[in-house]
Design a protein around this ligand. Structure first.
Ligand SMILES: Nc1ncnc2c1ncn2[C@@H]1O[C@H](COP(=O)(O)OP(=O)(O)OP(=O)(O)O)[C@@H](O)[C@H]1O
Length: 270
């Protein structure tokens, strides 16, 4: 079977053997007649932060959104190739999309809180998955708000509307809501682009802690941010993979001239 020949490959990251939890193989995406991703082969190491960088319009969001099949909803999309998660293809017609999205959660560029209370926002995903007692609900709310360092700020106002929080707090709430479902992988598409530097650093620090338990895939425009947090780096340009590898090695010694130019000028000459 297709998925069985894709074995969990190993790659060496900073002297440690690391398992790839996700592999994209020859992934092509067209939206109507536009070829958006062209034969992308990348690996996502488990319990690491993978940053996807590249110029505007290069296909970063399309790539990250293919990993939990949110792209399926795009009008006129055609996908070819393979995406393996824990050794199984997720692009088959019998893939359980709801289950896939509980295992691979997503946080978007703009915080997307629901018009509900702070508490209900944390519980939004998990309450559809299992029946919870009142005590369990409170435990889940507290645990996940503590993980995103929001508990102290909101513990006295859990029934307030989530929209009353600052934008940075709302983004941390969205991350808490994603974590409450206990995914294995968290996809973040420019999660700090609308945040101030302090909130941005809070989220970066949180990601570095969270990678002990989760695999993190993070799209960013900000090269300095990728330098601060990435273990693994993927550089794409014009829908093509230009270079990927260990982040510190790639930052200090990029092999490809386009990567060198982009890292130097944040400008892609392709
Ligand atoms: N729903 C859509 N319909 C048509 N074209 C789309 C759609 N979504 C993305 N595209 C096109 O696909 C290409 C890649 O877009 P994508 O958003 O993946 O790039 P990106 O690297 O994330 O860009 P940015 O950094 O500006 O967010 C762009 O040319 C974009 O216009």
């Amino acid at each position: 079977m297709m998925e069985q020949h894709i074995l969990k490959s190993k790659l060496s990251v900073v002297g440690k053997t690391t398992e790839d939890i996700i592999k994209l193989e020859g992934l092509h995406i067209w939206i109507k007649e536009n070829h958006i991703l062209d034969a992308i082969d990348v690996n996502i190491p488990k319990n690491k932060i993978t940053c996807i960088i590249g110029p505007s319009g290069s296909g970063k969001s399309t790539l990250i959104r293919s990993i939990n099949r949110i792209n399926d909803d795009v009008d006129g999309i055609t996908t070819q190739g393979n995406i393996n998660f824990n050794g199984s293809s997720i692009l088959t017609s019998d893939t359980d999309i709801a289950s896939l999205r509980t295992q691979i959660g997503m946080v978007f560029q703009k915080p997307c809180v629901f018009p509900k209370s702070i508490k209900e926002n944390v519980l939004f995903g998990i309450r559809h998955l299992k029946k919870l007692s009142k005590i369990e609900k409170l435990q889940i709310v507290e645990e996940n708000l503590k993980t995103v360092s929001l508990w102290k700020e909101v513990s006295h106002r859990l029934n307030d509307k989530a929209i009353s929080l600052s934008i940075g707090q709302q983004q941390r709430l969205c991350i808490a809501r994603t974590l409450a479902v206990k995914p294995e992988v968290i996809l973040l598409d420019e999660p700090t682009s609308s945040l101030d530097p302090l909130s941005t650093r809070a989220i970066e620090d949180m990601m570095v802690k969270l990678k002990e338990e989760y695999t993190i895939v993070f799209v960013t425009h900000n090269i300095q941010q990728a330098k601060r947090i990435a273990d693994h780096l993927i550089f794409i340009c014009d829908g093509k993979l230009i270079e990927q590898g260990n982040a510190s090695a790639l930052f200090s010694c990029p092999q490809n001239s386009q990567t060198k130019a982009y890292l130097k000028d944040q400008y892609c000459a392709c």
